[in-house]
Design a protein around this ligand. Structure first.
Ligand code: THU
Length: 135
């Protein structure tokens, strides 16, 4: 799967974003090791703090379908420039997807690619929990 195709999926997914409060639409497309794509959008509610970001929607959809191995996530938004994933999503993607490629997509359909580990240096992870609990 080439990353341009994944980027287009993120842009298309953005159309389904439910963002009546912020009016900031975000779309994500998460690629599994076997080549399947799970899309996600941001979903806002009147209780603003319950909002779910596009990246986490995509990750939770994939995990709940039984997927465990991922290679990349593309992210598109209403920002004409490259839009970075928020801190909460960086942590969740790190825990659920590992050190995947994050594909930033701007409105010219240009791509910027970073490893997730570049975006979340010194990340907290489950190895610390395992160290203490021997699980
Ligand atoms: N948003 C995302 O979907 N992903 C991010 O990484 C940053 C923020 C959404 C949440 C909210 O619906 C809107 O963008 C404005 O913050």
């Amino acid at each position: 799967m080439d990353y341009k195709t994944l980027a287009v999926k993120a842009v298309e997914a953005k159309k389904n974003a439910h963002a009546p409060y912020s009016k900031f639409h975000v779309g994500a497309a998460l690629l599994t090791e076997t080549g399947k794509i799970y899309t996600g959008v941001n979903v806002e509610t009147s209780s603003y703090g319950l909002t779910m970001c596009a990246e986490r929607t995509a990750a939770f959809k994939a995990i709940s379908e039984g997927e465990r191995k991922f290679t990349a996530l593309a992210l598109a938004s209403d920002d004409p420039d490259f839009c970075p994933p928020c801190g909460a999503c960086r942590q969740v993607l790190w825990d659920l997807c590992g050190d995947i490629d994050i594909i930033f997509v701007n409105h010219q359909l240009e791509l910027m690619i970073k490893k997730l580990s570049e975006l979340i240096p010194l990340a907290f992870g489950d190895e610390r929990l395992k160290k203490l609990t021997n699980k």
